[in-house]
Design a protein around this ligand. Structure first.
Ligand code: ADP
Ligand code: MG
Length: 333
């Protein structure tokens, strides 16, 4: 194996963990089950993290977990015990709780492997534009399903409610604006330079808006974790963005007889496939968009694969690898 560079010179690897890495539909909903699932995922990441070839940042989704925080908030509000939590605070709660879990599991695994490298979680705020079109027409369903009869009350809080397409009731929808700037990116960079494995941008980051003087304030919105991971990777000048999900590849003709795995693809070709409708909007679509954006902004490669294939994908032997279009790659970074 090639000798590893000094920690501060190793290339940066951003690993975005999908929902499945932490909890699966079949798992029970206990905290123990989440620890167990996270441990199993970390085992799969360990060879790459322990290889000392990379400075590693882990980002993660929070769908089921923020749903649980909001459910607790709702039940407490309905019982008259406590006011409802704003979403920015609910996201920050999941960053803390999930960050604790990931950093402990990762820290233990590193310790057991004889590698005394600490892991730390950064509560991460992400600036969005208050004029983002999604604030006018919110698109992201969040939290539990409500029966039609309870809508009056909820709309009084200013909530936008939409009927579920599968008829499971009504659900709150919130804006999902574009991430513009990651407030704590310089802190993440400092920690990486100091040899820390960093967990950041959990749940897409805490959405905040900046006023003219630069003061920040949380907003009722959620940010896509794949898009924010691409932005973080760019802001850190990372080498590689890896998006880990349930499937080994992005596929064309997914779920049809014509399904075909994408191995290496350039950003232009990938965008052309996206325009043909190969990637579902709420799931593979944002991953493909994030992968394309990162390499278009100068990153070396983006990878979409499952945790089982992380190592092989980094060696070019598995997963979907997205690279810049040849004309852009010529200049390097
Ligand atoms: P996350 O892991 O971040 O929670 P999602 O579950 O939202 O990700 O998205 C991943 C899922 O997208 C896959 O498990 C797969 O079912 C679905 N999917 C939709 N279109 C495609 C495609 N073209 N190629 C691969 N997977 C696809
Ligand atoms: Mg999912």
């Amino acid at each position: 194996m090639e000798p590893s560079a000094a920690p501060s010179r190793r290339p940066i690897l951003v690993i975005a963990l999908g929902g499945n890495a932490i909890t699966r539909a079949a798992d029970d909903r206990s905290v123990e089950a989440q620890f167990g699932r996270t441990r199993a995922t970390v085992e799969l990441l360990l060879p790459v993290i322990a290889s000392r070839r990379w400075r590693v940042v882990v980002t993660h989704g929070n769908g089921p977990q923020v749903g649980s925080v909001l459910l607790r908030s709702d039940l407490a509000a309905e019982a008259g015990a406590l006011p409802r939590l704003p979403i920015d605070v609910a996201v920050s709660d999941t960053q803390g709780g999930m960050g604790y879990m990931i950093q402990q599991v990762l820290g233990n695994a590193m310790w057991e492997a004889g590698l005394h490298q600490p892991a730390a979680t950064v509560i991460t705020q992400v600036i969005v534009d208050e004029h983002d079109p999604d604030f006018q027409d919110p698109s992201k369903p969040i939290g539990r399903f409500y029966p039609e009869g309870s809508l009056g009350d909820l709309q009084e809080h200013g909530w936008v409610m939409k009927p579920d397409e599968q008829g499971r009731g009504w659900r709150r929808v919130v804006p999902s604006p574009e991430p513009r700037e990651i407030v704590e990116a310089p802190v993440v960079a400092e920690l990486l330079a100091g040899g820390v494995i960093v967990v950041a941008c959990g749940g897409g980051g805490i959405p905040v808006v900046a006023d003219a003087a630069g003061s920040l304030e949380g907003v009722e919105a959620v940010i896509d974790k794949d898009l924010v991971s691409a932005l973080l990777a760019h802001e850190l000048k990372a080498d590689t963005l890896v998006i880990l999900t349930e499937v080994e590849h992005a596929y064309t003709g997914y779920g049809t007889e014509a399904q075909r795995a994408l191995d290496e693809v350039d950003a232009d070709a990938l965008r052309a496939l996206a325009a043909e409708g190969h990637f579902a909007p709420g799931s593979m679509g944002p991953k493909v968009e994030a992968a394309a954006r990162f390499v278009e902004a100068g990153g070396t490669q983006s990878i979409i694969t499952d945790p089982e294939h992380l190592g092989a994908a980094l060696d070019g032997r598995a997963g979907t690898r997205v690279v810049a279009a040849p004309t852009l790659a010529a200049g390097g970074r």
